[in-house]
Design a protein around this ligand. Structure first.
Ligand SMILES: CC(C)(COP(=O)(O)OP(=O)(O)OC[C@H]1O[C@@H](n2cnc3c(N)ncnc32)[C@H](O)[C@@H]1OP(=O)(O)O)[C@@H](O)C(=O)NCCC(=O)NCCS
Length: 227
């Protein structure tokens, strides 16, 4: 899990050095702490609506990752923070002792991993187990010009990174863009991963950072550097 957080920190220094962030990852294959140790009453009530073990674990893992990242960045205790969702599902965090102190967060989970990103500005994170799925679904989210840009990457990791990058932008940008509102225009390899540059709806340029870590594709976006 440390490799994930250190890689994201190194990439964020390259992506948007002026924006402080914190991140955390949770291994869903290991037992989670009891929900009462990190959820508040409203969250414990929300947990009741999940009927499948898989969804319950992902939701819990996402909240534990988000609260761990909040503590690292903004302090407090696990039960000082409540993770809430807007009508469209977008998560946010409220500091219960001072409800005016809210924090933008983003959550993602895939297979045995949940992760979260906290920043001072709207952000998006996405993780996806490397499998044949993004490659199979590629015509639904990528254009031939984008496939040309990622052609030097192995096909499955390459498609997974493009998928993660677009999903992180969809979570971090308002209003949420569609896959084909996002056009990859540049892929810049670096020591820890890639910086990917996108046009959003044909004009605004927005960048994501992306990496492959332990057979998962990751991407996250922060506001553009001139924010
Ligand atoms: C949000 C979305 C991008 C999530 O992607 P995904 O690859 O399926 O799943 P991930 O594990 O990466 O992310 C799931 C997390 O995204 C977050 N999320 C949900 N909706 C979101 C939104 N609108 N914006 C940003 N983040 C969102 C949640 O925290 C969710 O985890 P949780 O339910 O356990 O808290 C995808 O579900 C989507 O496109 N939803 C459409 C939302 C929409 O249009 N809603 C309108 C109906 S009111």
């Amino acid at each position: 899990m440390n490799l994930i957080t250190t890689t994201i920190s190194a990439l964020s220094a390259k992506l948007s050095p002026h924006i402080p962030i914190a991140t955390a990852a949770v291994d869903l294959a290991a037992p989670l702490p009891p929900p009462e140790s990190f959820l508040v009453a409203a969250e414990l009530a929300a947990l009741e609506k999940f009927t499948t073990i898989k969804r319950r674990k992902q939701w819990l893992g996402g909240r534990l990752a988000a609260k761990t990242a909040l503590l690292r960045k903004d302090g407090g205790g696990l039960t000082d923070w409540e993770i809430v969702n807007e009508k469209d599902g977008r998560p946010g965090a409220i500091f219960i002792p001072d409800p005016g102190r809210a924090a933008p967060i983003s959550i993602s989970h895939s297979h045995n991993l949940a992760c979260a990103l906290v920043a001072d500005h709207p952000c998006g994170i996405d993780v996806e187990l490397i499998s044949g799925r993004p490659r199979r679904l590629a015509p639904r989210f990528s254009a031939p010009t984008e496939n040309e840009i990622i052609k030097d990457l192995d096909p499955e990791p390459g498609c997974t990174l493009l998928w993660c990058a677009k999903e992180s932008l969809r979570k971090g940008v308002r209003p949420m863009p569609g896959f084909f509102d996002l056009e990859l225009i540049k892929l810049e390899p670096g020591t820890n991963g890639y910086i990917m540059e996108f046009k959003i709806r044909g004009e605004i340029i927005h960048r994501c950072a992306a990496a492959i870590i332990n057979n998962y594709g990751f991407s996250f976006c922060l506001p553009p550097s001139d924010f």
